[in-house]
Design a protein around this ligand. Structure first.
Ligand SMILES: *[C@@H]1O[C@H](CO)[C@@H](O)[C@H](O)[C@H]1NC(C)=O
Ligand SMILES: *[C@@H]1O[C@H](CO)[C@@H](O)[C@H](O)[C@H]1NC(C)=O
Ligand SMILES: *[C@@H]1O[C@H](CO)[C@@H](O)[C@H](O)[C@H]1NC(C)=O
Ligand SMILES: *[C@@H]1O[C@H](CO)[C@@H](O)[C@H](O)[C@H]1NC(C)=O
Length: 303
């Protein structure tokens, strides 16, 4: 491991939000990769991937508002919705002076990545999707039906969380369900690879004051992502970005049909599956590092 592979931990002020990020790799690297985490995780999910990428690439992983070690002062009255998460992420990218980068999108922050791509297509050199969904057929119904019922229950977010549909969402913040997201669909032989530190950290951060309102606000707003799918498909067809979709094939949240969906709108897509669940980097980080490297080399070569 050379010096640039050592991971650094920093914060940067982005419109009053102290955005925490972990990063490694030289600023002169072949390419920069922006790594966007999922729910209820943080940049911690990339802790093993970053050192594998850093000898060749600059890897930067921010914690989004409401997650990880990013601090949002109460006085900001930050409105937790996906447009604002995308705006904060774009401002973060600008604050770091990143002009062009590949974006790794997973789960919750995929809608953030697609917003960055559609608002400024030229800044995106390639997309790596790990359960980064853009198709309704990718939403596994058994997981999403309570979300849909919640979206249908009201036309605006109600911060009292008093409706039965809102109350039904609270178990998604429990330790139980967090652990389920790490273990479901993972073959028995790979279970010992899952670091308990990951779901324990996620769970403890979900216990913070007012996380119920923060997270339910995002659950409610998730419907705006589904509404944007046709806009993203249009972006795929007109800009034809290079995409690697490498998904856990037993993911209980976003199913394989979501990865296959990209083929409908993209000419340049590689679709692959790994025998694991939702948090695929916990079990198969070496597989991801190798595929990402091969993919990005080909992106660089084709200019
Ligand atoms: C940020 O907010 C503005 C509206 O204020 C919007 O037009 C823009 O597309 C947003 N998204 C990003 C990724 O900057
Ligand atoms: C939510 O509303 C949509 C549109 O009316 C409907 O198709 C869907 O079945 C509803 N879902 C749930 C879980 O209530
Ligand atoms: C949560 O924990 C309870 C009691 O241990 C268990 O019965 C239930 O099945 C768990 N739910 C999930 C989604 O893991
Ligand atoms: C949300 O959680 C806080 C503690 O963080 C609690 O005081 C409050 O009653 C909860 N609100 C609702 C609507 O459940």
């Amino acid at each position: 491991m050379n010096g640039t592979s050592v991971v650094q931990y920093n914060t940067v002020d982005v419109g009053g939000v102290d955005v925490f990020y972990r990063s490694a790799g030289a600023s002169t690297a072949l390419m920069t990769i922006l790594l966007l985490h999922g729910f209820p995780a943080s940049s911690f999910q990339f802790r093993n991937l970053i050192p594998l990428l850093a000898p060749k690439y600059r890897a930067i992983a921010p914690d989004l508002p409401g997650f990880g070690f990013t601090n949002v002062p109460q006085a900001l009255n930050y409105n937790y919705n996906f447009d604002n998460l995308a705006n904060t992420t774009q401002a973060f990218v600008n604050a770091l002076g990143l002009k062009q980068f590949a974006v790794y999108i997973f789960d919750y922050e995929a809608p953030v990545g697609f917003r960055l791509a559609t608002s400024k297509p030229d800044q995106i050199s390639a997309i790596i999707s790990q359960s980064g969904n853009a198709y309704v057929e990718g939403l596994v119904l058994s997981f999403w039906d309570l979300f849909e019922a919640y979206w249908n229950s009201s036309s605006v977010f109600d911060p009292t969380l008093s409706s039965p549909q809102a109350q039904n969402m609270l178990p998604f913040l429990s330790e139980n369900v967090t652990q389920f997201q790490y273990t479901a669909g993972v073959p028995k032989a790979k279970l010992p690879r899952i670091d308990p530190a990951a779901y324990t950290l996620d769970s403890s951060l979900l216990q913070r004051v007012d996380q119920n309102i923060t997270q339910l606000s995002l659950f409610f707003d998730y419907q705006t992502n589904v509404a944007l799918y046709p806009v993203w498909h249009q972006y795929f067809r007109t800009k034809n970005p290079r995409v690697l979709a490498l998904w856990g094939k037993n993911d209980p949240v976003f199913g394989p049909a979501g990865a296959e969906g990209f083929k409908k709108d993209l000419k340049n897509v590689e679709v692959g599956f790994v025998d694991t669940g939702h948090f695929a980097l916990e079990t198969d980080v070496e597989v991801y590092a190798a595929r990402i490297d091969t993919f990005l080399q080909s992106v660089v070569k084709s200019g």
